[in-house]
Design a protein around this ligand. Sequence first.
Ligand code: HXC
Length: 533
Amino acid sequence: MLALCLCKEWSPLLKRQTRKPTHMKHILERLEERRENARLGGGKARIAAQHQRGKLTARERIDLLMDHNSFEEFDMFVQHRATDFGMEKSHVSGDGVVCGWGTVNGRVVFVFAKDFTVFGGSLSETHAQKITKIQDMALKNRAPIIGLFDAGGARIQEGVAALGGYGEVFQRNVLASGVIPQISLIMGPCAGGDVYSPAMTDFIFMVRDTSYMFVTGPDVVKTVTNETVSAEELGGASIHTTKSSIADRAYDNDVEALLQMRRLIDFLPASNTAELPEWPSFDNGERIDMSLDTIVPESPNKPYDMHELIAKIVDEGDFFEIQEAHAKNILTGFARVEGRTVGIVANQPMVLAGVLDSDASRKAARFVRFCDCFNIPILTLVDVPGFLPGTAQEYGGLIKHGAKLLFAYAEATVPKVTIITRKAFGGAYDVMASKHLRGDVNYAWPTAQIAVMGAKGAVEIIFRADIGDAEKIAARTKEYEERFLSPFVAAERGYIDEVIMPHSTRRRVARALAMLRGKSLENPWKKHDNIPL
Ligand code: HXC
């Protein structure tokens, strides 16, 4: 239709142009005018309002996200076709979303960015068609796709045509899941139909103070539940990065968020069949770090910071943490070893002694599955006293949530390297990428304690009769600690491949990952598994 219009409009010009070459200049100028007009989106006043709120425009965001001059825009002249509620009188080129592709550090990435200055970035039938075109291209060409959200949901004037558009986007999100990385960055309102596409992508990031996400806004909440709540309290970045865990991370402003997306893309392969990206590393894989020999405190109840340990093992200490503000008792994120991406899952003794609870299990399970989808090796650092007891956990479904992590590790076929630094107790020992769940290389530090439980609990159960006798209990405890609270019982059985010096951990990990590059392992054919959701 658009092509037809252009032909009709331009054909007289083209005829004249053959007679008078100066008309060519006019044609080119008209194209530039149309482009200029489209680039203005909803107009200067709305752009100024966008800036006043501390937000960049869709095109400014794309410019920051992509390599300089690499962005190729598609469908700049698309307009909606609605005729209800006076919409036939109101057309804006682009229809509220800027779509196309470009490169991030030289690698192809597809992008769509909602333009809040045009009908509040709301989704119409044609707006959805622009997005689905880019989704299809990203999938066909096996490259990541990033969506920048800043919108008021379904274009109210379009009714079911808008709802249909959302459905088309959702379907493509699902088909692309596990094939290409899909990333959503929420940079303004994101409500109603807009929330479910991000929810089905691999990662959601938010901008503090200017973005919020909810299915229904404060007004509807007030009507239905009589709760009074602000947009920020209902779905701001602090809520979604801590309480709901919908968002994987938040940033202070648009610029920081977009630059961090570039950093994230550098860690990710383009698809589930692409090679891992490999960047030059200035950090020797053989590097030893003597301070690791003393990082674990002598007292088993004293914490240490697992972040520090990670920083000492990975290339240049560079760790892109996912869900850093949620379930802090487990750390998940991307790093590199010898220039190649590795996914890290690590218990954090600084928070709840690194215990596994429902939130930590879900958080880590999702991360493990992401890594497995995209062939990213997993390095697991274990210091876990077990699963968290209590009614709150049991009523909250700890069994099913814990099983998610167990399931995720067990089904993963990527290279799995595990280091037990201190405690590996009970079911949590099994879960954390143990040998029994097809861990490829399982090392323990000499400080490791691998057992069903800690000494106090164990002695109180198996020597219940001696409980009144302090001397006997002390002797039993000592006996238990000496026999079981070491890595050697597990090493004697081959559950641990080697007890290693902490200072050699980076070298050991680098060598293990290099050895595992050719790993080939397949699960039995199935339509898909039935992970305990
Ligand atoms: C059409 C919309 C729109 C929408 C905003 N606009 N949302 N136009 N459809 N959904 C337009 C406004 O008319 C306005 O146009 C411009 O965008 C900016 O909006 P403001 O309200 O002036 O901005 P602000 O005060 O910042 O408020 C932003 C907002 C609010 C919170 C997003 O606009 C809002 O509540 N919009 C409606 C949200 C909503 O209920 N959407 C439908 C959800 S239901 P002018 O011309 O004045 O600049 C849904 C179902 C799909 O999405 C389910 C699929 C599964």
